[in-house]
Ligand binder design. Structure first.
Ligand code: NAD
Ligand code: UDP
Length: 344
């Protein structure tokens, strides 16, 4: 079976690609390289050259290109939609860029996917909950007004998809609300590969560990949490990848049209604790200091993770320590190989 991954050269898409390849699926990747590089394709080939993904370089906001793509690949069994811009900060500076890319991109994709009734998985985020009143966060918690245009694009995206499924009995979709994906493929040949200074915590930690950055800033330690720093639910990217495959399999046999699942381990870990765990598993000390809180950060977010386990049979395999070690191996690989993300 052939699966289309929009944004498949990005962090999460590339890991899902390896999983699909290893299970015998053919993969078509659509990407415009706005936040990735063709080097990622070479890395994917280094992991599995026998069943290589097909790369289609195009922008999903371009209606004509998308229509042509779906005519060319008329034998698809499903679509996983990763392609989006994801910087919270940048989305505040450039809201139109984010609404255009993430909302127009989704709408254009939906037009072709819905017309063919192809099952669709959407990359959503725990950001839709804002600071939830209830912890752990269940899927039925209401959306809070988002702090950023990025967050709004995930809330709107889910609504647009849900509304579209309600108009076509044959069209099925699922929103996966990721908590905090971290880590890298077991091979260490792919991982999170920020083009600029990392905004996410783990790539920042690994870049400090390798000596690329001087110090980690911990954004605030006066929150109402056990040690004052923010609490998140970190999940290994390959466990997250598995959730996509289970999601597709579920959609192929499901009766309802629209589903929502949290994807997290259900374990709240503070920033300070995560840094400590990294230091413990790698025996490297991370130079860090406490700074002001980052605007828009919610103090605590972790998932009630049982729905996806019960309904889809998803069983996470990796611990947070294993995820941290894999991220560290990837950083070391990047350092020793001299690879650069802009080397297209
Ligand atoms: P990423 O930036 O690494 O990957 C996204 C990919 O999409 C990139 O390769 C980029 O070039 C491509 N892309 C963006 N706009 C495009 C367009 N218009 N046409 C074609 N390609 C386009 O991001 P990621 O971390 O892999 O995230 C994947 C998805 O998961 C995103 O939708 C993101 O919002 C969501 N998500 C990510 C996280 C996280 O922490 N990484 C958390 C929650 C949700
Ligand atoms: N964080 C931090 N320093 C950094 C990056 C992140 O202290 O350089 C904190 C951030 O405030 C949040 C947690 O680490 O509490 C996870 O942040 P990330 O950006 O990775 O994911 P988010 O939860 O914001 O989606």
């Amino acid at each position: 079976m052939k699966i289309l991954l929009t944004g498949g050269l990005g962090y999460i898409g590339a890991h899902v690609c390896t999983l699909l390849q290893s299970r015998g699926y053919r993969v078509v990747i659509v990407d415009n390289l706005v936040n990735s590089s063709k080097q990622m394709l070479r890395q994917l080939l280094a992991i599995d050259s026998k069943n290589p993904p097909i790369l289609e370089l195009l922008d999903i906001t371009n209606t004509k290109d998308l229509e042509k793509l779906f005519q060319q690949h008329d034998d698809l069994s499903g679509v996983i939609h990763f392609a989006a811009l994801k910087s919270v900060n940048q989305s505040i500076q450039k809201p139109l860029k984010y609404y255009h890319n993430n909302i127009i991109g989704l709408i254009e994709l939906l037009k072709v996917v819905e017309a063919r009734s192809l099952p669709l998985i959407f990359s959503s985020s725990c950001t839709v909950y804002g600071q939830s009143d209830v912890l752990p966060i269940t899927e039925n918690q209401p959306f809070k007004p988002s702090y950023s245009p990025y967050g709004f694009t995930k809330q709107m995206g889910e609504q647009i998809i849900k509304d579209t499924t309600s108009t076509n009995e044959q069209f099925k979709a699922m929103s996966l609300r990721y908590f905090n994906p971290i880590g890298a493929h077991d091979s260490a040949l792919i991982g999170q590969w920020p083009i600029n200074e990392p905004e996410n915590l783990v790539p920042y930690i690994t870049q400090v560990a390798i000596g690329k950055r001087k110090e980690l800033k911990i954004f605030g330690d006066q929150y109402d949490t056990p040690d004052g720093s923010c609490v998140r639910d970190y999940i290994h990217v390959m466990d997250l990848a598995e959730a996509h495959l289970l999601g597709l399999e579920y959609l192929w046999s499901s009766k309802s049209n629209y589903y929502v699942f949290n994807v997290g381990l259900g374990e709240g870990v503070s920033v300070k604790r995560l840094v400590k765990r990294f230091e413990e598993v790698t025996k490297i000390s991370i130079n860090h200091r406490i700074t002001n809180p980052r605007e828009g950060d919610v103090p605590i977010a972790y998932a009630e993770a049982s729905k996806i386990q019960t309904q889809l049979g998803w069983i996470p395999k990796y611990s947070i320590d294993e995820a941290l070690l894999s991220a560290w191996k990837w950083e070391q690989y990047l350092d020793s190989s001299g690879l650069s993300i802009d080397s297209t």
